[in-house]
Design a protein around this ligand. Structure first.
Ligand SMILES: [Zn+2]
Ligand SMILES: [Zn+2]
Ligand SMILES: [Zn+2]
Length: 430
């Protein structure tokens, strides 16, 4: 029997036109099209949260998970850190208040399907929810697992690139045929082997590309470079939401990753002081950054030069200290300079209350008019050193190493830049 031309995953197989003669396809159980869902449930009422958990207990596809948070703000925070397939938003208020909650949510979250679970039985509330971008509106009091799963499936089976979409997710797509390049982002953050591609279309939320590549070799998160009209490549981090055969190529549809989801987000490319290591570091490992630089994607830029410990490269503190042993415990004796006779001697030699010069015996000397105090020689309390001047001494905050200030290593601190793709600029031309 002829083998499929590409090794294709179960996911893609299910998205291919149904081929009943395919033996594996026929063998799949009827609900195999349901892949696990990651759901976020925002519900201030704990009893309602528990009820929902019980309702959905056996109804969700195997491996699904529901995370519950009790407030909208918590929910928005979690959504910055994790990608969810859909959000269930439980609402206790009614009327305008409930609408405000939905609007608040949809303003902050661009493309995660939203199912509103309301205790407001008013028909108006459902209409308003839909207008504000909710995929579905269900009443808490009449919630069944069938109804909820149905609504979720409907919301989830329309990724942003196809089909009928709720208003909020319907970012218009613009046909765009441009040369593109896909850099897989490997599990360790390094770039994989680059793959030539062509863009099909682009929206503010994502893009579709064609590439001749085993889709198994392309991880879910990739950096995609698109050749812009000025001939420059600009890059966006994309999470593929579907892959489908488009012989002889494979079509990849994905959404742009934003903020903390993006492994190459600016915050991970900017040096910060790491209080554990006591060094300037970037969130992305130096070896990983170097790989991206070598591939011509990231450009390093020196933003500072710092003096570091010659042993361990952590930051030292600096003080004036003993050039022999490095101790900061040094002292100086005060010296008096008598203007009239130019005698200079330690202050204690100018005896008594009457301040008498030991050389010329002048008495009752007045500071400022007859004499001045000077700093005398320095001496170390921890060794036998004494001399006129102290040295700059570094002491490493991490390993404790003490060293002469001029032995500190100077290290450049880099930040990294990637030319970011601005979908809007391309859409304007598309
Ligand atoms: Zn050190
Ligand atoms: Zn000393
Ligand atoms: Zn004198």
């Amino acid at each position: 029997m002829a083998k499929p031309r590409y090794p294709i995953t179960r996911d893609e197989r299910l998205k291919m036109p149904t081929d009943q003669s395919h033996p594996e396809h026929a063998a799949l159980p009827s609900d195999a099209s349901m892949t696990a869902w990651r759901l976020l449930h925002i519900e201030p009422d704990d009893v309602d949260a528990l009820k929902l958990k019980l309702t959905l207990r056996d109804a969700l596809p195997a491996g699904s998970a529901i995370d519950h948070v009790s407030s909208l703000d918590e929910g928005l925070e979690v959504l910055q850190e994790r990608v969810y397939d859909a959000v269930l938003l439980g609402i206790c208020e009614s009327g305008k208040q409930s609408l405000d909650t939905i609007k608040h949510f949809t303003a902050d979250v661009d493309d995660t399907p939203l199912v509103v679970l309301s205790s407001d039985e008013n028909l108006r509330a459902a209409v308003d929810a839909g207008r504000s971008g909710a995929s579905a509106f269900l009443l808490k009091s009449k919630l069944t697992s069938e109804q909820l799963c149905g609504a979720l499936r409907q919301a989830l089976e329309h990724p942003s690139y196809e089909g009928e979409l709720p208003e909020r997710r319907k970012e218009p797509r613009y046909a765009l045929e441009a040369a593109a390049v896909i850099f897989p982002i490997e599990a360790d953050g390094k770039p994989g082997r680059e793959i030539a591609a062509t863009t099909v279309d682009i929206s503010l939320n994502g893009m579709v590309v064609l590439a001749q590549q085993d889709s198994d070799l392309v991880p879910d998160i990739c950096l995609v470079g698109v050749e812009c009209p000025d001939g420059m490549y600009r890059y966006a981090t994309v999470e593929w939401r579907y892959r489908r055969l488009a012989l002889p190529a494979i079509q990849f549809g994905g959404r742009f990753l934003r903020r903390v989801d993006d492994p190459l987000h600016a915050s991970r490319l900017t040096p910060r002081f790491d209080p554990q290591q006591l060094r300037f570091t970037t969130a992305l490992d130096a070896a990983v950054l170097q790989e991206w630089v070598a591939r011509g994607i990231l450009r390093p830029k020196v933003v500072d030069r710092v003096k570091v410990c010659p042993h361990c490269e952590a930051l030292p503190t600096f003080r004036e200290g003993c050039p022999q042993c490095g101790s900061a415990l040094t002292e100086t004796s005060q010296v008096i300079h008598h203007f009239a006779c130019a005698h200079v001697a330690p202050a204690i030699e100018f005896d008594g209350d009457s301040l008498t010069c030991p050389k010329c015996r002048a008495q009752k000397l007045v500071v400022g008019a007859d004499f001045e105090y000077l700093n005398g020689p320095q001496s170390c309390r921890e060794c036998d050193w004494n001399d006129a001047t102290l040295s700059l001494i570094g002491e490493c905050l991490r390993c404790g190493h003490r060293f002469a200030g001029d032995q500190a290593h100077e290290k450049e601190v880099f930040e990294y830049h990637v030319d970011r793709l601005d979908p809007l600029a391309l859409i304007d031309r598309a």
